[in-house]
Design a protein. Structure first.
Length: 299
């Protein structure tokens, strides 16, 4: 609820009350969303939502953790209504393909999940968010118990995080990844993001180039860890996402051929990309986590 004065206070109180009720109520046959936030040293507090699965019980933890990063114009609520994703998780749990897990979705609008003069979004995720979630919720804290995924600019951020910090996550899914190796097209939201703005406020290609994945790849390949990647893009995406995803896949294939999947589906730059690949992507993530040591949680 947005408002000022009394309405803001009432809205905040209601959110807290709903969160408490969600925690106190008996487990319902649905996902529960708990609003939370973490104070950061790098900037403003980071708001995030926590998704607790059907049958959630803190005593049965630690649970695997899935971090979901939203796209350029999104916020911490972007995934809350994505019922198809939660259905895919529950179907996977019932079929024995997935463990029960906790998912968190931070909100950092227009940051593209990088550290820039505009916001320290990457540091906030890899330091503040992971530490805060581990303090408050029974989640696994090693790479074999954590996966990260994102859509569009969120996939851009997820890719950068796993290339720079492969010790943090054991697998990643990139849906419609806006991961331009060279220059984003004119239609791309990157050109209007303050994360890549120069001193005059216009898009700074040099800033983009410094942050793009080709600049990070040598460091990733120089260390021994490999992060399995699932990439999905739409064949009708006007932002050339399918081409860019294929470029990344080609660059990585000879270094991790058994830990890489690329799917091109009948879609544009829309959520249909992850809707039609959710089951496969989630199975991919947690199958690879299982291979590096994730124990299946008992039903």
């Amino acid at each position: 609820m947005r408002g000022t004065g009394l309405f803001r206070r009432l809205g905040g109180a209601l959110a807290v009350l709903l969160a408490l009720v969600a925690f106190a109520a008996p487990a319902a046959a649905e996902w529960r969303v708990v609003p939370d936030r973490v104070e950061t040293e790098a900037g403003p507090a980071l708001r995030y939502n926590v998704f607790l699965p059907d049958g959630y019980d803190p005593a049965r933890g630690p649970y695997p953790l899935l971090v979901l990063l939203h796209g350029a114009g999104g916020d911490e609520h972007s995934w809350a209504g994505r019922i198809r994703l939660w259905q895919a998780i529950e179907d996977g749990v019932r079929a024995g393909r997935l463990p029960r897990l906790i998912a968190v979705m931070p909100g950092a609008t227009n940051t593209w999940w990088i550290d820039s003069p505009f916001a320290r979004a990457e540091t906030t995720v890899v330091s503040d968010l992971l530490a805060d979630v581990a303090r408050k919720y029974p989640v696994m804290t090693t790479r074999e118990g954590r996966a990260i995924a994102g859509f569009s600019a969120g996939a851009y951020g997820a890719l950068r995080i796993v290339l720079k910090h492969p010790e943090l996550f054991g697998a990643a899914a990139l849906w419609a990844p806006a991961i331009y190796a060279e220059e984003p097209p004119e239609l791309s939201a990157a050109r209007r993001s303050p994360a890549f703005a120069g001193p005059d406020g216009s898009f700074d290609l040099a800033a983009w180039t410094r942050a793009a994945w080709p600049a990070l790849l040598p460091g990733y390949l120089a260390q021994p860890l490999r992060v399995p990647l699932y990439l999905a893009a739409g064949d009708d995406d006007r932002l050339d996402i399918a081409y860019e995803a294929a470029r990344l896949a080609k660059a990585l294939f000879r270094h991790q051929p058994d830990a890489l999947e690329l799917r091109v589906v009948d879609a544009g730059h829309t959520t249909r990309v992850w809707e039609v690949t959710a089951d496969e992507a989630l199975t991919f993530l947690f199958a690879h986590l299982a291979r590096i040591g994730l124990a299946r949680l008992e039903e």
